[in-house]
Design a protein around this ligand. Structure first.
Ligand SMILES: O=P(O)(O)OC[C@H]1O[C@H](O)[C@H](O)[C@@H](O)[C@@H]1O
Length: 211
């Protein structure tokens, strides 16, 4: 069942419990943005461990108000995981574009690039070894839920070094990031229907391989 959620930034109430989020600022996003920007302010809010799932898994909520940064729609920093950890996202409110990419040995050479458009009531799975960025391409607030293995750490360095993912989602459409040396043809995939709390625990436990 989806959580009862009230948003009063920088706080949220999840099933009646109040949490204060960690804030990702526009200044933090600067190194991964297409355009050079002098703007400042809050970009998005990350609320971690806000509902129990299982001792090995963490459930987070991310709230990203709509905003345009230069020509780009607001997005997450982007990261790879430090091991073979998949991740599952659900869209609680709004619309999202997920950009997934898989490296072929070096940060600047990819062997897969995938775009997934998802809206409220849909699920997106991040496979092991895929880096991922989530964009809010709309005029409304995006609210995401995600479940991830507690052991998993995020590696932001490749996204900072490459100045974001291989493509940017802008008001003029998709723009290629020319810092990448080789990028395969962009594939578009569909999300699944559903909410992550309706998934089987057996399915969710696959998020923590080898335990
Ligand atoms: O870590 P970022 O690229 O900024 O993305 C933001 C989100 O990423 C992960 O999925 C975390 O589990 C979330 O807690 C976080 O809010």
């Amino acid at each position: 069942m989806r959580p009862m959620l009230e948003i009063d930034l920088p706080y949220i109430l999840v099933d009646g419990r109040r949490f204060r989020g960690d804030v990702r600022r526009i200044e933090d996003l600067r190194p991964v943005l297409m355009d050079n920007l002098s703007e400042e302010g809050d970009a998005y809010y990350m609320f971690r461990d806000v509902r129990p799932v299982h001792e090995t898994l963490r459930y987070d909520i991310t709230v990203m108000p709509a905003r345009i940064l230069g020509r780009e729609f607001i997005k997450t920093m982007g990261h790879y995981h430090d091991g073979p950890y998949p991740e599952i996202y659900g869209i609680l409110r709004g619309e999202a574009i997920f950009i997934l990419q898989k490296r072929a040995g070096r940060d600047e050479v990819l062997d897969d690039l995938v775009l997934i458009r998802a809206k409220e009531g849909e699920i997106v799975r991040i496979p092991p070894y895929y880096g991922h960025v989530t964009v809010n391409p709309s005029k409304s607030m995006l609210v995401l839920e995600n479940i991830i293995c507690r052991k998993c750490r995020s590696d932001y360095e490749p996204y900072i070094r490459m100045r974001g993912s291989a493509i940017y989602v802008t008001v003029d459409g998709i723009v290629r990031n020319n810092r990448y040396l080789y990028v395969p043809k962009l594939r578009e995939e569909k999300p699944d229907k559903g909410e992550i709390f309706s998934l089987d625990l057996k399915d969710l436990l696959k998020l923590c391989p080898y335990q």
